[in-house]
Design a protein around this ligand. Structure first.
Ligand code: ZN
Length: 243
């Protein structure tokens, strides 16, 4: 059965700056959508902030197993009502892949409960993302590391809760390190944060980066158990005290 993926992007930088538009002529969302399709036959659609309800209507979310999120300039402009809607979907089992500056999005901060702030530097640092959990399905098909010739540095301390799983640790030429590939579980939802992807670099054209995102979609879409029922319940056994 196909996995339904929605790639969400604010789509601001690519339209405002010529040099960024040259790297992503159809937008970062299309580079990701087309890139992951080279790895897996997902049913992919895109959604943009300036669409009605930010492109995240209930109808679209009904047909979304995994939401991929890239945002930067307009993180604070995402309506609280839509953030709440996405949050509820994650709690009920929708997968969520948060990319790069999406760390500062309302939805990621709400799910983490921390500021999700990191150090940063736009100086074309070289980055090496070391795989620190080679048995994890998100690392499938990836060698010992991914090498990016130029990236924005995102470094520790990164104010996130201790990840459930750590899959990538990055090193940069400036000497910093970063927990750059982390998983979290919230409710029934599976979340993957992946740090690389600054808009001024062709990171979302790199085959290994796209492979990791495709792997993460498959991982986040894996089935989960029944929705838990909370509150007071009667004893299941006749001998039980509640019988
Ligand atoms: Zn950036």
């Amino acid at each position: 059965m196909a996995i339904y993926v929605t790639v969400w992007n604010e789509y601001v930088n690519e339209r405002e700056y010529v040099h960024i538009g040259k790297i992503y002529p159809k937008g970062i969302h299309m580079a990701i959508a087309e890139g992951i399709l080279q790895h897996e036959p997902f049913a992919v659609r895109t959604a943009l902030i300036d669409e009605p309800e930010h492109g995240l209507t209930n109808e679209i979310l009904d047909r979304t197993d995994v939401l991929i999120w890239w945002s930067h300039m307009v993180n604070d402009k995402v309506q609280d009502e839509i953030v709440e809607r996405v949050y509820e979907r994650v709690m009920n089992g929708m997968g969520l892949i948060v990319l790069h500056s999406g760390a500062y999005s309302k939805i990621f901060r709400k799910l983490m409960g921390t500021s999700c702030s990191a150090k940063g530097r736009e100086a074309d640092d070289e980055e090496r993302l070391w795989v620190v959990d080679p048995s994890h399905p998100i690392a499938e098909g990836i060698g010992p590391y991914i090498h990016l010739k130029e990236e924005e540095m995102y470094g520790e301390y990164f104010d996130i809760p201790t990840p459930d799983e750590l899959i990538f640790v990055s090193w940069y030429t400036g000497g910093e390190v970063m927990r750059s590939g982390c998983t979290f579980r919230r409710g029934l939802g599976k979340i993957f944060y992946f740090a690389p992807g600054h808009e001024e670099h062709p990171t979302y054209h790199h085959p290994d980066i796209l492979k990791v995102i495709a792997n993460a979609v498959k991982w986040a879409a894996t089935p989960h158990g029944n929705k838990p029922v909370y509150g007071n319940v009667e004893s299941r056994e006749k001998s039980g005290k509640g019988a």
